[in-house]
Design a protein around this ligand. Structure first.
Ligand code: FAD
Length: 418
């Protein structure tokens, strides 16, 4: 099936910017036009800075315009694990910041009138097995201890909420919701541009250096700035001064049906909640505003159609009423996994930072980390950052791990849902 991204098709926010073809100066240069870069730009404008944002392709070309659109309150990891990996105080600080991240996202949407199909009806983490349910119970207890508005649904309640009876139960989180991700990132870019940010698209940074100021060169222009935020995450193109992507690449694909017939619309996800499951090779499903059913899973679309054929079987298993339903859209994206599944902030030099490794949780985290990075870099104060910056980052096994994950996804999808 040809690559066709639903979010490009259904995006109500339009955004266009020129190519950089001049030599500019700024207080803050941002490289990368996803959630992190656009949120940073918007915040920097609030701080009164002169901002230039450079995007290699178009706003939302990376993970921000390809994702599932689940606005979650936290990371993949349960909150206690975050504390074990980061230390109690640092972990709890990040947990608290990310618990409030959906508030930040939905208030920006309201404040700037961003048209992105935002719905805040909670999300459902669904147990695909008894072991999966045990995992959800642990997560539930940890979230409850932190006062989160979560509820553990039994199998019957889950079936009622989702319209499928294949799950053992689900963890419902009412802080969370769904949105049209490309609409959200374009809306952030529009708001930043309206506030004064000069945004350039189709302008790939080819060289970056520092000598008193940061200097980024593109093919037909350059930007000199006092401060820098590098926000290219898994879509980093690699250039002199910042050579390569350093995270484990994990691919995730999605397929979307045409709008469902009225007879199925209320039966399947009647409350429009976004869902994902506890499977090792995770599956996601949700609907969009037009009533399309969207199914996603880990995997890189392959010529043999392993993932696509699995998706047809999986959809029919979840919702027998969709057995003969065709797919109209099919697209994929690259997730940047960090070594410990916790996002990183790295110092690049004087007044320069990079944020990366969102590990599949970037809508809320990218928004709040971008915002706090803008404050930190402009005020010269790192203490308010939700993650302590590091000076170096390495994952030597990243290529092997990426291949291993893809091989596992293919093996599971080849045999699964039969
Ligand atoms: C398929 C998929 C599903 C996901 N689902 C979810 C979800 O449901 N919920 C959630 O919270 N998160 C999800 N994520 C994660 C989330 O989408 C990412 O963490 C987030 O988009 C990262 O945002 P970013 O701004 O840091 O990077 P990106 O959005 O990737 O933006 C980086 C930008 O940098 C640009 N760039 C690269 N190199 C250069 C250069 N040399 N010069 C100029 N620009 C450059 C790229 O073109 C790109 O547009 C998912 C990710 C994927 C891929």
């Amino acid at each position: 099936m040809r690559d066709r991204n639903l979010w490009n098709h259904s995006c109500a926010e339009q955004f266009d910017a020129p190519i950089l073809d001049a030599d500019l100066t700024a207080d803050l240069l941002i490289i990368g036009g996803g959630f992190t870069g656009c949120s940073a730009a918007l915040e920097a404008e609030k701080q009164g800075a002169k901002v230039v944002l450079i995007e290699a392709r178009t706003i939302g070309f990376g993970g921000s315009g390809r994702n599932v659109g689940l606005v979650n309150a936290g990371l993949w990891l349960p909150p206690d694990t975050v504390c074990q990996r980061m230390g109690q105080a640092a972990g709890e600080r990040l947990n608290t910041t990310l618990a409030e991240a959906p508030d930040a996202v939905f208030s920006l949407i309201d404040e700037h009138g961003i048209q992105c199909e935002a719905i805040r009806n909670g999300t459902l983490h669904c147990a695909h097995s008894k072991g999966g349910l045990d995992d959800l119970i642990t997560r539930y207890e940890q979230q409850l201890r932190r006062g989160a508005p979560v509820q553990l649904l039994d199998a019957a309640q889950t079936a009622q909420a989702t319209g499928t009876d294949v799950y053992y139960g689900a963890l419902q989180d009412m802080r969370a919701g769904t949105l049209q991700p490309l609409g959200y990132v374009r809306g952030l870019a529009r708001a930043a541009a309206q506030a004064g940010t000069q945004i350039f698209e189709n302008s790939s940074v080819m060289q970056l250096g520092f000598s008193g100021d940061w200097l980024a060169r593109c093919k037909s222009g350059s930007v000199r700035a006092k401060s820098l935020i590098l926000a290219t995450n898994a879509y980093h193109t690699g250039f002199r001064g910042a050579e390569s992507v350093r995270m484990t690449p994990v691919n995730f694909f999605q397929l979307a049906t045409p709008p469902l017939p009225a007879s199925l619309l209320n039966e399947i996800l009647g409350q429009h909640q976004g869902c994902w499951d506890t499977g090792l090779v995770m599956t996601s499903f949700r609907k969009d505003k037009a009533g399309r059913f969207i199914l996603g899973a880990m995997g890189l679309p392959d010529r043999m159609g392993i993932h696509e054929n699995w998706a047809r079987r999986a959809m029919a298993r979840l919702f027998p009423g969709l057995k003969d339903q065709s797919f109209e859209f099919f697209w994929s994206g690259r997730i940047g996994m960090s070594v410990d599944y916790i996002a990183k902030i790295q110092r690049l030099g004087e007044r320069g930072y990079s944020a990366f490794g969102f590990s599949g949780r970037g809508i809320g985290p990218g928004t709040v980390i971008g915002r706090s990075l803008a404050r930190a870099v402009l005020n010269g104060d790192e203490t308010a950052l939700p993650i302590a910056p590091i000076d170096a980052y390495q994952d030597k096994l990243r290529v092997a791990k990426g291949l291993w994950i893809e091989a596992g996804a293919r093996a599971i999808h080849f045999t699964g849902a039969r």
